[in-house]
Design a protein around this ligand. Structure first.
Ligand code: CP
Ligand code: NVA
Length: 305
C-alpha cells in the first residue's frame, strides 16, 4: 500500500502532479469515489469560498462533508490534534483543516492515516494556489514564463503562490514595504522549495511587464488589531486602475478574496476589465475536486484505492 499523501504546502505536489491536478479539475467528477463515506473539515477561522468548495467537491465525488467550526471541534482544547486525526481516520476518507498555527496541520497529518489538506494556515494557503494556477493556465494557455507580481502584504497566500510559481516555471515578484516582507521563516521555506522571490519595492516598476498582478488583504484573519497601522503603511501599494495601466495591456488581476474593497484594491480595479477574480473564485470548486480526486486515488484516477 502506498503511503498516504497529505497536502500542507503546494510543493507537496511535484510540478507534474500539479499539472495532473489541474487536468483532473477540468474533468467531470467520479461520483463513486467517496460513495458511502465522506470528509471532515475543521475550521478555526471563518470561510466562504473554501468551505463551500470543499463541501461541494466532496458531494460531487459521492461523499458526505462534515464541517466542524471553532469550539465545536476545539483542536487542542477539547481534544488533541492527534486524537482528532485518529478519530477521523476511522470515519472519513479525507480531513481538511483551516487553522492559525501551521504546526497543528503537521500534527494532524503525522497522526492521520487519511489525507490531510491545508485549508489555510497562518503560513500557507496552497489549495488557493491550485485555483490561482488553474485560472492563469486557462487565461494564458500556459504557466511557464509568466511574470506574477504580488503587491501588498507578503502573507500566507503570497508564500504558497511564490512556491507554486516556481514549480510551474513562472517568476514571482513581490512589491511592498519592508515591514511587510516575507518573514525569515517563510523565506527559508520558500528557498527550501528551490523558489526565489524577486523584490521590487516600487509598485509601478514591479508591475511593468507583469502578466498577472495579484493582491490580498493587508490584514489577514487574526491581524484585525493591526488594521490601521497596516493601512497607513501599505496604502502606496493599493492596486487601482492607474497601477494596472502601467502593466501590459493584457494583464490579469487576481485576488484570493475576500477583498477589503478600497484598501488593497479599488472597486474600479476589482470590477474592471483586467479582473478575473470571479472565475478565480469559482475555480476553487473545480481544483478542490481535482485535488481530492488525486489524493484519494494516489494520483491514478480510475484506479479504486
Ligand atoms: N480565498 C479563500 O480562502 O476564501 P475564504 O476565506 O472565504 O474561504
Ligand atoms: N491572507 C488571508 C487570506 C484569506 C483567504 C487571511 O489569512 O486571512
Amino acid at each position: 500500500m502506498s503511503p498516504v499523501r497529505h497536502f500542507l504546502e503546494i510543493d507537496d505536489l511535484s510540478p507534474a502532479e500539479i499539472e495532473t491536478v489541474l487536468d483532473l479539475s477540468a474533468r467531470p467528477p467520479d461520483p463513486t469515489l467517496l460513495a458511502g463515506s465522506g470528509a471532515a473539515f475543521l475550521f478555526e477561522k471563518p470561510s466562504a469560498r473554501t468551505r463551500t468548495s470543499v463541501e461541494l467537491a466532496t458531494s460531487q465525488l459521492g461523499g458526505h462533508p462534515v464541517c466542524l467550526l471553532g469550539d465545536e471541534v476545539g483542536i487542542d482544547t477539547r481534544e488533541s490534534a492527534e486524537d482528532l486525526a485518529r478519530l477521523f481516520s476511522g470515519m472519513v476518507r479525507l480531513v481538511g483543516a483551516r487553522v492559525f498555527d501551521h504546526r497543528v496541520l503537521e500534527r494532524l497529518a503525522a497522526a492521520s492515516t487519511v489525507p490531510v489538506v491545508n485549508l489555510l494556515s497562518d503560513d500557507a494557503h496552497p489549495i488557493q494556489t491550485l485555483a490561482d494556477l488553474s485560472t492563469m493556465r486557462r487565461e494564458f494557455g500556459r504557466l511557464e514564463g509568466l511574470r506574477v507580481v504580488f503587491v501588498g502584504d507578503a502573507n500566507n497566500v503570497a508564500r504558497s503562490l511564490a512556491i507554486g510559481c516556481h514549480l510551474v516555471g513562472a517568476s514571482f515578484v513581490w512589491s511592498g514595504p519592508s515591514e511587510y516582507a516575507f518573514p525569515d521563516d517563510d523565506l527559508d521555506r520558500i528557498h527550501a522549495a528551490g523558489a526565489a522571490v524577486q523584490v521590487e519595492p516600487d509598485p509601478v516598476a514591479a508591475v511593468a511587464d507583469a502578466d498577472v498582478v495579484y493582491t490580498d488583504t493587508w490584514y489577514s484573519m487574526g491581524q484585525e488589531d493591526e488594521r490601521e497601522e497596516r493601512r497607513a503603511r501599505l496604502s502606496p501599494w493599493r492596486v487601482d486602475e492607474d497601477l494596472l495601466a502601467r502593466a501590459a495591456a493584457d494583464v490579469v488581476l487576481l485576488h484570493c478574496l475576500p477583498a477589503h474593497r478600497g484598501d488593497e484594491a479599488t472597486d474600479s480595479a476589482l470590477d474592471g476589465p483586467a479582473s478575473r477574480i470571479w472565475p478565480q473564485a469559482h475555480d476553487r470548486l473545480h481544483t478542490a475536486r481535482g485535488l481530492f480526486t488525486f489524493l484519494l486515488t494516489g494520483g491514478r484516477p480510475g484506479v479504486t484505492p
